[in-house]
Design a protein around this ligand. Structure first.
Ligand SMILES: Nc1ncnc2c1ncn2[C@@H]1O[C@H](COP(=O)(O)OP(=O)(O)O)[C@@H](O)[C@H]1O
Ligand SMILES: [Mg+2]
Length: 511
């Protein structure tokens, strides 16, 4: 008998069927992944299970017994707990106080604090959750706050723990730690429902998977017997070729060379500290690192929007560090910026104008300083079809496009400029599976055609899927360089926390 069965759950919101006769079966002691693209209905289904929404139809069975879950208190009484996407902690209180709170809310101020601290500490140790019960929540990192949320559920003796996109707010290192905690909980007999839209996480963590698309179940799979392609197809509803680096293309001349780069941040602190590296034509160099370790300042310095304190930059052998932005672009620098809505696009301008933005001052789009509207629309139409950008009209403002399509506009425009070096910062951030793979395939295709790509990303799956060589940035410096074939998630994660590869190896040998 399964631990949990949700049968024929339907939930209708005005104008949308969020869950359409969904059936979900979860076995005792498994990690069950619930995957689907944004809007697929994952959160709605879990809120129904946690008593936050009432379904319009359907039934819920726990250990074979039909249950009503009219509110979260009822869910908690049944042993169901949920960690929400937005944490529900009181920042001014300690960990122990937060854990006790709610459970004993009325008697809270009568609770013996010493005892509470001891109890919470013991629980944390038992499940391998490194948390100091006396710490104030406001002083904790996001990853640790999440552990406090998990601790709250364990304290209330939850048997089934629901986690809604728990890794969205975590660094790769914190994600690995969370996975260890979740595996430990499973091994202790708890049951976990883990929501994500990242396929790598599904494969790394879960025992079984239920896939949702547009409110309907499109697949129930054993993780061991599936793969990224199949999951992506079930999520998106059509074949998705997963972009993967095969072998390195032949290396060409250096496209970008950087020597002794020093860049400061807004506060005048050194953000990039004596950085040197080269990107050849025909290779993708990945810059991995936890965000805030100098990536943004590096990108801005390369693009010419942030001054260098020191150092030199060559593009195709030509010094460009003294050139303004536009001349760097003309020299062959392409840029897919981090925040495409702020830096990448003019949302009020039309899609056509955005596509033509880097090209407009050159023939054939303009002749002797005059813009040529017909040439601009022809140019835009070509890119729209080439990059499969979904638009109702090319003259509509870019603001009407979905995030994925806005990203395609930026990518299309940058690639059409035929750069010799493309800097891509988090190119797939915020994109759905289909658009992500399209952008990745395009980057690989360009690499094979002899373009140099500098890929800046905090997503290790992305770096591992694309980069030929990986540089790990920590506090503005490269702590290590690894060829893609030798790189593993764990090794990169440790380097992202500042460990040097030499010491990693020594550690391993010592063991
Ligand atoms: N409270 C709500 N009111 C109206 N529509 C909602 C509400 N919650 C979710 N929806 C809609 O239901 C659909 C499923 O949403 P959701 O369950 O949040 O998906 P997911 O978690 O898979 O991204 C979406 O179209 C969303 O806009
Ligand atoms: Mg959701």
């Amino acid at each position: 008998m399964p631990y949990l069965e949700m049968r024929g759950i339907t939930k209708i919101f005005p104008g949308v069927v969020a869950n359409d006769r969904v059936t979900l079966t979860v076995e005792q002691g498994e990690i069950h992944a619930l995957v689907g693209e944004n809007g697929a209905g994952k959160t709605t289904l879990m809120r129904i299970l946690y008593g936050m929404y009432r379904p319009d139809a359907g039934e819920i069975f726990l250990r074979g017994r039909r249950v009503e879950i009219p509110n979260p208190q009822a869910a908690i009484a049944l042993g169901i707990g949920m960690v929400h996407q937005h944490f529900q902690l009181v920042p001014s209180l300690t960990v122990a106080e937060n854990v006790e709170l709610g459970r004993e809310s009325r008697r809270f101020f009568l609770v013996d604090r010493e005892q509470a601290i001891a109890r919470v500490g013991a629980l944390a140790r038992r499940f391998g959750l490194a948390v100091d019960p006396t710490a104030r929540v406001a002083d904790l990192s996001v990853g640790v706050q999440q552990r406090v949320e998990i601790l709250k559920l364990l304290y209330r003796e939850a048997d089934l723990l629901i986690l809604d996109e728990p890794t969205a707010v975590l660094t790769p290192q914190e994600t690995q730690e969370l996975f260890q905690v979740l595996r430990r909980l499973r091994d202790e007999g708890r049951t976990l429902l883990f929501i994500t839209h990242k396929l790598g996480e599904v494969l790394a963590l879960s025992d079984r998977v239920t896939v949702l698309r547009r409110g309907r179940v499109t697949g129930v799979l054993e993780t061991d017997r599936t793969n990224e392609e199949e999951l992506a197809r079930l999520m998106v509803g059509r074949e998705v070729k997963v972009a993967r680096r095969l072998q390195a293309a032949s290396l060409g001349e250096p496209a970008l060379r950087v020597e002794g780069l020093v860049v400061r941040d807004e506060r005048g602190l050194t953000a990039v500290n004596n950085l040197s590296f080269t990107v050849h034509r025909g290779e993708i160099v990945g810059i991995a690192g936890v965000e805030g370790n100098g990536q943004r300042e590096l990108l801005e310095a390369l693009a010419g929007i942030r001054p260098l304190v020191q150092g030199r930059i060559w593009l195709d052998g030509r010094e460009i560090h003294h050139l303004p932005v536009r001349m760097r672009r003309e020299a062959g620098l392409g840029l897919i910026p981090e925040d495409r809505t702020q830096e990448g696009l003019n949302l009020l301008a039309s899609i056509e104008e955005n596509l033509a933005a880097v090209h407009y001052y050159r023939p054939p789009l303009s002749q002797r300083g005059l813009l040529h509207p017909a040439a601009i629309s022809g140019f835009a139409r070509k890119l729209i079809s080439l990059f499969d950008i979904r638009v109702t009209s090319p003259t509509a403002p870019a603001a009407v496009l979905s995030g994925g399509n806005q990203q395609r506009v930026v990518v299309a425009r940058e690639l059409a400029a035929d750069p010799s070096l493309l800097i891509a910062a988090h190119p797939a951030r915020g994109l759905d599976v289909g658009a992500t793979q399209a952008v990745r395939r395009e980057l690989l295709r360009l690499r094979d055609r002899g373009l140099g790509v500098l890929l800046i990303s905090a997503d290790l799956d992305e770096i591992l899927a694309l980069a030929d060589r990986i540089l790990v940035l920590f506090r503005g410096q490269v702590v290590g360089e690894v060829p893609a074939e030798q790189a593993t998630q764990e090794m990169l994660g440790l380097m992202m926390a500042g460990h040097r590869p030499e010491t990693l190896q020594a550690d391993q040998e010592a063991r």
